[in-house]
Design a binder for this molecule. Structure first.
Ligand SMILES: [Zn+2]
Ligand SMILES: [Zn+2]
Length: 718
């Protein structure tokens, strides 16, 4: 054999795999393998790609093919399962295979140097068991320890009266309530693929269910002498440290790694390597980790499955939740989607039996109750400074009792716009169809779309009036007002501005947990996941704008957000005050539309009711999940050019059974001087839509337009 022809996927916009020649350096060199990484020449550069086929034939003239420079033979090949996952994602989301595979690998694997990789592999070897023992012994021992603990925790879950006094109960695994136990049983009893929708009110102990299910799955595999890995996805990097701490405390003997974009490069590579070699029993990560190579994957958990951050909004615009379900089906393993407010799509799947619903109806802490929700009618309670008198009174009562309060306002900055009363000037961004937001502490006007920053003008740029007014309010303005109202209170604001420095968000949350904060104030960052034990009041300021958004998902998102932020209150058991009165936690929502069905559902903590009416609206309006959509976007210096491109695309191919709507400018049409327009494609059948998209995009690429354009399948922001 003088050489082979291999196909390689490269990170290139060309929708193809590339042929290269491979010649062994010595006669004993093993053949390249599918799934190996290879360094190859590409244009004038040397780049890393993934070997997707090894053969002896090429459609091109073999003499003109270029040679592989080096194979990364020190790394085991990526598995056929992983390759299949990437191929599916590439097909479904209409991206070249290489643009799916390469970006999801750590940078250290994609460079022409192997220094980082070799260092990671060396560290892995050094961390392994004593040199004499076989390589896998540490992992195997850890797994058998886990198995023992799992069997103990099964004992611990038997109702207390049945427990033999001699059975030691592991401290780390608390007794599950009957709902949690039923959920764990259902998940761990699944043979092969099963999608479970774990529907549990906030504070109902979903994490406990994940951990027990993970334990059971690992124990079962160990019992069969197999390796096992569990992937747990969380929506936010800010939540990984918290969950990581719980997982480590529960499984001190297991190798647990995290994968997210804020890890240092070397660390991310080491964690990836641990997942890829099967050393890591549990991988905890954000959306990108759904594409991690895990050869012994036996269970996938998607926590807060409704969360919009599972959707990647650039490059490969995938839904990590949807890929998780596909991956579980392909591997024939269970997947658990957990939420207090499932996405409407997942709820619909549960209704029609594709997903199995597991309900957690109780809060986990024995006497913890759901908070009481109250609506403050802002037509009656005028509040020139943003806080109505009932809300101020409720804050004062918490301060007097030494309890914590949370104010939720999903708008950062001081005021969303500055305005001149004299001539009507407003602070438009000159590069975007958007306002410049006033950031008072930073003394800046900032555009949240293009990041343009200006100093706050001393006087009106148009008429010279020196009395410019802020309009509306953001978190900074509410913070200022709260501090004036309660000068003694310790107020802390948490939003994207206050947490720019790495680690500062975690430090802020830690301060809240330590009780060093009386009034916490923030955007959606404060709504998620955190378990504040002394928090008994949540105030929601101005949520109404989402009720009238052109985005049909805005209501769903608002409901989820409000349920989630409301769930921050009353997670601990109810205290009796010194007067003997029960102190039930309270959520107060300031709204001008107290009769709106969304708020009525919120009052009753009625997600199923909200979902039923939302599904009915979607059905009658012909919206997802009753139709399938794709969105073609185009960008140009002139709006008309973008619209013309989309109109031409629309007429490119006959589209039977497909609705292609008129091209329209995007809601925020201009960003950083670029005009943006979109074309919505709809179809009642997912398969038919997919069958249309592929040839259509191929034809569109043939046009070789110089406009920037992109396609998104299952778009979430329209
Ligand atoms: Zn003016
Ligand atoms: Zn701008």
């Amino acid at each position: 054999m003088t050489g082979r022809i291999i196909k390689i996927a490269l990170d290139s916009p060309l929708d193809m795999e590339f042929d290269y020649r491979w010649k062994p350096a010595t006669a004993t060199d093993p053949d390249p393998q599918v799934g190996q990484l290879a360094l190859v020449p590409f244009g004038r550069r040397e780049v890393v790609g993934v070997v997707t086929a090894v053969g002896d034939a090429s459609d091109y003239d073999a003499d003109k093919l270029r040679d592989v420079i080096a194979l990364r033979a020190q790394l085991p090949p990526l598995s056929p399962d992983w390759l299949a996952l990437c191929r599916f994602a590439a097909d479904y989301y209409q991206r070249p295979l290489g643009e799916v595979m390469l970006p999801c690998l750590p940078k250290g694997l994609r460079t022409d140097s192997t220094v980082a990789l070799d260092r990671a592999l060396k560290k892995r070897a050094a961390a392994a068991a004593p040199p004499k023992a076989p390589k896998k012994s540490r992992a195997a021992k850890a797994l058998s320890d886990a198995a023992t603990e799992a069997s103990l925790s099964v004992a611990a879950s038997i109702p207390a009266t049945d427990i033999d006094a001699e059975v030691p109960v592991p401290r780390a695994a608390p007794v599950l309530n009957p709902g949690q136990q039923a959920a764990v049983d259902a998940i761990s009893a699944s043979e092969g693929f099963a999608a479970h929708l774990l529907f549990g009110v906030t504070g109902s102990g979903k994490t406990e269910v994940y951990l027990h299910a993970a334990q059971a799955v690992i124990a079962r595999a160990t019992g069969k002498g197999e390796a096992a890995q569990v992937l747990i996805l969380v929506p936010e990097i800010n939540l990984t440290p918290q969950l990581e701490a719980s997982v480590r405390a529960r499984f001190p003997q297991l190798n647990i790694v995290t994968l997210h974009s804020q890890l240092a490069e070397g660390e991310r590579l080491r964690h990836w390597v641990a997942a890829h070699h099967g050393d890591a029993a549990i991988v905890l990560g954000t959306r990108l980790s759904v594409l991690a190579a895990m050869p012994a994957l036996k269970l996938i958990v998607v926590d807060e499955e409704h969360d919009p951050s599972y959707k990647q909004q650039e490059g490969l615009r995938y839904s990590a939740r949807d890929l998780a379900v596909w991956r579980a089906r392909q591997l024939d393993i269970p997947v658990v989607l957990g939420s207090a407010t499932p996405s409407i799509e997942s709820w619909q799947h549960a209704l029609n039996g594709r997903y199995r619903r597991l309900d957690l109806t109780q809060r986990a802490a024995a006497q913890a109750q759901l908070p009481r929700v109250g609506l403050i009618d802002m037509e009656v309670n005028k509040a020139p400074d943003g806080l109505s008198s009932p809300l101020v009174a409720a804050l004062r009562a918490r301060l007097e009792r030494g309890e914590q309060s949370l104010l939720f306002l999903n708008r950062r900055g001081y005021a969303p716009v500055m305005h001149c009363d004299a001539c009507g000037w407003i602070s438009n961004c000159r590069r975007c169809t958007a306002f410049m937001v006033l950031h008072k502490p930073e003394r800046r006007l900032r555009c949240h779309h293009c990041s343009l920053e200006l100093r706050i003008p001393q006087s009106c740029p148009t008429c010279g009036n020196v009395d410019l007014q802020p309009l509306g309010r953001g978190t900074q303005r509410v913070e200022e007002h709260v501090q004036v109202l309660f000068p003694q209170a310790r107020v802390l604001r948490i939003d994207a501005d206050s947490t720019r420095r790495k680690g500062s968000a975690q430090a802020a949350f830690d301060a809240v947990h330590r009780g060093e904060v009386d009034i916490l104030l923030g955007t959606q960052m404060v709504a998620k996941g955190h378990d504040f034990q002394r928090l008994t009041l949540v105030g929601v300021i101005n949520p109404d704008t989402a009720l009238f958004s052109p985005d049909y998902r805005a209501g769903e998102r608002l409901f989820a957000q409000l349920m989630q932020v409301a769930g921050r209150a009353g997670r601990a058991a109810v205290d009796k005050g010194s007067d003997g009165q029960e102190r039930r936690a309270e959520v107060l929502v300031q709204t001008r539309y107290p009769q709106h069905p969304l708020y009525r559902a919120l009052l009753a903590h009625d997600y199923p009711g909200f979902a039923a009416s939302t599904l009915e609206e979607r059905r009658s309006a012909g919206l997802p999940p009753f139709v399938f959509q794709a969105l073609l976007r185009a960008e140009a210096k002139q709006l008309q050019a973008a619209l013309d491109f989309l109109q031409a695309a629309r007429e490119l191919m006959p589209a039977e059974g497909i609705i292609i709507n008129d091209p329209v400018p995007m809601t925020v049409t201009r960003v950083a001087g670029v005009e943006r327009a979109q074309l919505l494609i709809e179809c009642a059948s997912r398969a038919r839509l997919q069958a249309f998209l592929k040839p259509w995009l191929a034809a569109l690429r043939e046009q070789k337009s110089r406009l920037r354009w992109s396609l998104e399948v299952d778009p979430v922001d329209i």
